[in-house]
Design a protein around this ligand. Sequence first.
Ligand SMILES: [Zn+2]
Length: 699
Amino acid sequence: MNQAKQKEPISSLWDDSKAAQMNEPELLLYRSNLLGSDLRITNFGGGNTSAKVLMADPLSGEQVEVLWVKGSGGDLGSIKLDGFSTLYMDKLYALKQRYRGLEHEDEMVAYLPHCTFNLNPRAASIDTPLHAYIARKHVDHMHPDSVIAIAACANSKELTQKIFEGELGWLPWQRPGYDLGLKLEQVSKNNPQLKGIILEGHGLFTWGDTAKSCYETTLAIIKRAGDWLDANVAQPSFGGAAVQPLPPEQRAEFAARLMPLLRGKISKDEFKLGHFDDQDAVLEFVCSRDLQPLAALGTSCPDHFLRTKIRPFVVDFDPSRPDFDKLVAGLDDALEAYRADYRAYYERCKRSNSPAVRDANPIIYLIPGVGMLSFAKDKATARIAGEFYVNAVNVMRGANGVDKYVGLPEQEAFDIEYWLLEEAKLQRMPKPKSLAGRIALVTGGAGGIGQAVARQLLQEGACVLLTDIDSEALAAAQTSLAKVAGKDNVASVVANITGEAAVDEILKASALNFGGVDLLISNAGIASSAPLEDTTLEVWNRNQDILVKGYFLVSRAAFRIMQQQKLGGSMVFVASKNGLVASAGASAYCTAKAAEIHLARCIALEGAPHGIRVNVVNPDAVIRGSRIWDGKWKQERAQSNKIGADDVEEFYRQRSMLKLSVLPEDIAEAVYFLASDKAGKSTGNIINVDAGNAAAFTR
Ligand SMILES: [Zn+2]
């Protein structure tokens, strides 16, 4: 949510001419997408919507009332019609006879599939009874920061009455479930004048007789809450500023230095990916006097702490006397204290049937003067966790501005975090991919081999930072890869790997975007061809600069980060058959490639004690998709082999032992193998991917 958007008033985007063409399920979808498009109305993945619609029963043909309600998972902003579950209302009413009381409410979830209308495969969510029993056709349930702020005040009930003057009801905190559905039914039936209900410590229910009136009521209530909070601020946010933020470049510098160190300390059991956020709302909070006590209170809305853990980790750091080394020196003890605290919370609150304690490491890291880091098993989850903590910060600001913020009681938080239904959801998640949580840096990332490698690493679950000297081609590569693998997982930085400072910037980008680096694919390349007597010093130096110096600089920088992380690592050099086999008319290129291969072996020696493996893939004649083969080199090779430029591919195919063309995807397959744990016991090795060339056999 950018700052400019935050300042625009929340206003209706409803278009009557569009709506006139829609049936009831489509109107529900339209309303849901509008609501989900603004993070001030509901947080990512949070909230749900419903409509009770008369439809023809597929068996009897009779008109029956069907509840359309957002199904389990998904986000309102992007939901489609198949994201809704559909249930017979009469069967949902029949469920009431099955209900055995609060102690048994979880078993009601298993009955929901029996109410399914029209064999809809979308699983009904835990919130289904909350929508079903409210005696109105259209119901919205949102998690707006402004309303949660009121819901999280010590005097939430009185404030609700005061602000909404009897238009909204109020229910005390209760975990969402069947029983809360029955309570909502009672309040909505007994108070027909209500437009909705605030749930303490949770969020908002609103309703209407048409899709449009429901939508507009939801918006009006959220706007009224926000306006009231703004107009009634009685005290400075978070007790006012205690310290000043560092300048933006220094914040980024600091985060990039800290992230690999931190990542190493929390990734022992599962590789984590990081996200850095220093937006104004975050800086205001981390620089405030009340940072420590407010952070300790924990978050309120269940959505918030499921994503962020009940409490964040506050890094001991004074930006007015920045001392990075002191911070790092204290980090191990501070993290151990956090983990011990989390385990103690588990022991205090666990029940006889609770799932085993989960990873005790923090998710959210608050650094005074610098900003917020978040770490999770994948990049999107880390980013979204950060966004949820910003929601929590907004809630605390709103509540403390007018009253006193209260977090959720610890036992309630625990019962949600370790809810058996949540655990079942986690158990249903697909197994992580082979490179899940890994960060790969691919140099020459805009070229044919570079893109093919990146695509395969992404498919196997890694995040990829592409770097290349060609900014246009790099942007195009990033866009096309992001389409397949998601925007969160691909980043890029334009850089020339022959400069020391430029290489430092590449590794900084890797740290800042993802948290460090695990896999280095050194692939940036050029080629040249000339008889010795015509090889200029300039050509010689260019080959040495890119293929030797460049590989050295990137390896050294990545090696340093890998050493800091203490998580091992894997480097793969994309070299060439010409590094093993002398070739006439290309001495500058062949010599540089030989040096590259030997550099890999030297690093393999030094890397082994740190669990850093280094291996080489030798392609030969990868012509398709190659920018090296596009221009002069192709002409030169054609001339030197006395063939036409169009015959080059066929020439190399016939020259190979297997009579096959070598494609970028073939190189990517070998790179992936060596980069991954599948090759966990290989280092200092070479794989030739050249369709067979006896002269290149290693010995
Ligand atoms: Zn909710």
